[in-house]
Every structure is written in structure tokens, then in C-alpha cells.
Ligand binder design. Structure first.
Ligand SMILES: O=C(O)CCC(=O)C(=O)O
Ligand SMILES: [Fe+2]
Length: 350
């Protein structure tokens, strides 16, 4: 069913693919040329594959192995690192811990990791030292992947700035110790499950953009015509998608794209790294992106607070801390599903 809701995205039938190798070039004109291609795909779809990213396949292989080993353990063992013990949102997320606006529960479990900031004086609700499970090699291999992909995110932050016609370091100077989370997600497969539940319901990501590595089919992306488009696994490529905060930073030139994971037909893992700015960064459109006399279409956000507010409205352990008064939502916290076009589409095309 077509929808009458306006979307800036095209009616793409497959995700665009951009080779970003030239973003790493020493020659500014080469970087600009790659950034223009990145910008076109981002404006049109907000969701794309990238190649030429320079991430060593051996890092990916070790990430996959460690994750499979971790989730194969008994629930009791995994619960030793339950995220509800953490004061900076790191650890094991059992199935059912996250509950979304529609009161749906995804069919998945996860392990959440962040920037691994060791100084307790700098700790924030979404930033601090990680919980690491007692599993040989896990910390080393997962950390190595995190650091490499966080490095890639820095290059992409530069690329997005150039694509918007801004100075190259406009975003990057706010990316020093970001509360950027890596999730190791496991979607178990149970052919006999009595309830037909999706892997993950329709949503936009909260941060600036996400560098996603899926390992099996199931990801679907909402196009500008309100249709769910299949995003198959492309070997050697990452999937990049725009999140809420880049929508604000770009004054709506780049729009957070809704996506979901349909009910899995085989066991599935996926690895999103959600790329944020530093905790206290004011997320507002750069003045250069406003036409004369135009005011921002978006209320400014504080990066870490938006992240925390959204997370606290979905995770059971945080909801309990809010109810008990131990934690408070930041002032002007946005409700869930405040960005992109998904909620409206869901009504017409479930
Ligand atoms: O599993 C996937 O492919 C996507 C996961 C996702 O969208 C998320 O965790 O925000
Ligand atoms: Fe997502």
C-alpha cells in the first residue's frame, strides 16, 4: 500500500553502494569526490553499503567467533554480566529486557559495550568502563574490532561534513570520547516457536549514524514510497544508516531511516556500532545549513542525554531505576520514535 506521507527518500528498490576508499586520500579533491557520492546516497536513501573501508577481515572473523562462543553459554553464565549491574550501560541484555513503544519484545539477546573509559570521574550514564565477560580472548578481540570501526567512524564523520558543504572537522572535533555503543546481537532461531515475533521492530537509531555488520538476511529498510526493502548481506561491505542526531545536525538534509529485522529463518548475529558525538555535545544544525532568515526545524538535543533518555525508556532495568526515583529522565526528553517517518508508515503498512 502506498502512503501519502512525504519522505525525502526515493523509492529505491535496493540500497546504494559507495566505495569510500578515496575518503582516506591525502588529496582534498579526492576526499571531496568520495564525500559527494556518500552524500548523494545518504540524501536519497539514508541507508547504504560501503566498500573500501579498510577494516581487516581477520578482525571481523574474530568478532564473529567470540560472539558465537559467548552466546552459546548457559543463560546463568551470561547473567553474571547482566547489564542491570552496570551504572554506564554495559553488559548482557537478555531477551525481553528491551520493550518498545508498541509494547513489543524483540526475539533477540545482546551484549552492549561502549568506549571503555576507565576514569571513574568522567563516568556518565552511557559512558564508562565496560563489563567484560570472563571468556578467554573476548575482551582483546572485541576491543580490537571496536577501535578499528570507531576509527572508520571518524573518517565517515569527516565525509558527512564534506558532503554537507561544511568544514571537514565540523563533526569530528566533537568526537573524542563518544558514548558510541557496539552491540553484539544474537537472534536465536527456533522453528517451533509458538509466537511469530520479528527479530527487531521498526525503529530509527538514536545516534548520528550506524556502522552495521549483519551476518544473515533479515534486515529491511523503509524506502520513500513506504515499502520495506530487503537489505541482503553483502560480503566485504558494511551497512551505514543515518540516525536521529545526524538528522538534526544536517537540518533534515539527511533523514533517519526506519528499519527492522523480520522474523529470522536461521540463527543470526549482527553488529551495529552506533556512532555518537561526545556526551555534552549540543546537537543542533550548523548555522551554515540554515538559509537566511530560516530557523532550525529541530529543537537542539544534548547528545548523551538524548541517548540516555531513549535508552531509559526501553530497557527494563533503567525503567525500574526511573520508577524508584534513583534516576531521572533529562528535561525535555523526547518520546520514543520522534524522528524519521516510521511510526506513520507502520500505521498504514504493518
Ligand atoms: O540486526 C540488524 O541487522 C539491525 C539491528 C538494528 O537495527 C539495531 O540494533 O538498531
Ligand atoms: Fe537499528
Amino acid at each position: 500500500m502506498a502512503s501519502s506521507i512525504a519522505s525525502p527518500h526515493t523509492a529505491f528498490k535496493r540500497l546504494p553502494l559507495v566505495d569510500i576508499a578515496r575518503l582516506f586520500s591525502d588529496a582534498p579533491e579526492q576526499r571531496l569526490s568520495a564525500a559527494e557520492k556518500l552524500g548523494k546516497a545518504t540524501r536519497e536513501a539514508g541507508f547504504l553499503y560501503i566498500t573500501g573501508h579498510g577494516i581487516d577481515p581477520a578482525l571481523i572473523e574474530r568478532l564473529r567467533q567470540r560472539t558465537a562462543e559467548y552466546f552459546a553459554q548457559p543463560l546463568q553464565t551470561k547473567m553474571r554480566d547482566y547489564i542491570g549491574q552496570s551504572s554506564n550501560h554495559s553488559g548482557y541484555v537478555p531477551e525481553g529486557e528491551e520493550e518498545f513503544a508498541s509494547a513489543t519484545v524483540d526475539h533477540k539477546e545482546a551484549y552492549d559495550l561502549g568506549f571503555d573509559l576507565q576514569d571513574p570521574a568522567l563516568q556518565r550514564p552511557m559512558l564508562g568502563a565496560n563489563q567484560w565477560p570472563d571468556l578467554p580472548g573476548f575482551k582483546e578481540d572485541i576491543k580490537a574490532y571496536y577501535e578499528a570501526v570507531l576509527g572508520l567512524s571518524r573518517t565517515l564523520f569527516q565525509g558527512f561534513a564534506l558532503a554537507l558543504g561544511l568544514p571537514e572537522d565540523s563533526f569530528l572535533r566533537h568526537v573524542n570520547q563518544p558514548p558510541s555503543q557496539l552491540r553484539l546481537i544474537h537472534y536465536p532461531y527456533n522453528p517451533d516457536a509458538p509466537v511469530d515475533r520479528p527479530g527487531i521492530g521498526a525503529h530509527t537509531d538514536y545516534e548520528c549514524f550506524t556502522i552495521l555488520l549483519p551476518t544473515a538476511p533479515g534486515l529491511e529498510v523503509l524506502n520513500g514510497a513506504g515499502e520495506w526493502i530487503d537489505a541482503p548481506v553483502m560480503e566485504g561491505a558494511f551497512v551505514i544508516n543515518i540516525g536521529d542526531m545526524m538528522e538534526v545536525l544536517s537540518n533534515g538534509s539527511f533523514v533517519a531511516t526506519s528499519h527492522r529485522v523480520r522474523k529470522v529463518a536461521e540463527e543470526r548475529y549482527s553488529f551495529p556500532l552506533f556512532c555518537a558525538c561526545d556526551y555534552d555535545t549540543l546537537i543542533a544544525p550548523a548555522p551554515a545549513l540554515l538559509r537566511e532568515g530560516e530557523t532550525s526545524r529541530y529543537e537542539p538535543l544534548i547528545c548523551g542525554e538524548h541517548l540516555f533518555a531513549q535508552t531509559a525508556q526501553t530497557f527494563g532495568y533503567l525503567k525500574r531505576r526511573l520508577e524508584s526515583g534513583e534516576l531521572k529522565l533529562p528535561e525535555n526528553a523526547k518520546g520514543l520514535s520522534s524522528f524519521g517517518y516510521k511510526a506513520k508508515y507502520d500505521e498504514v503498512q504493518p
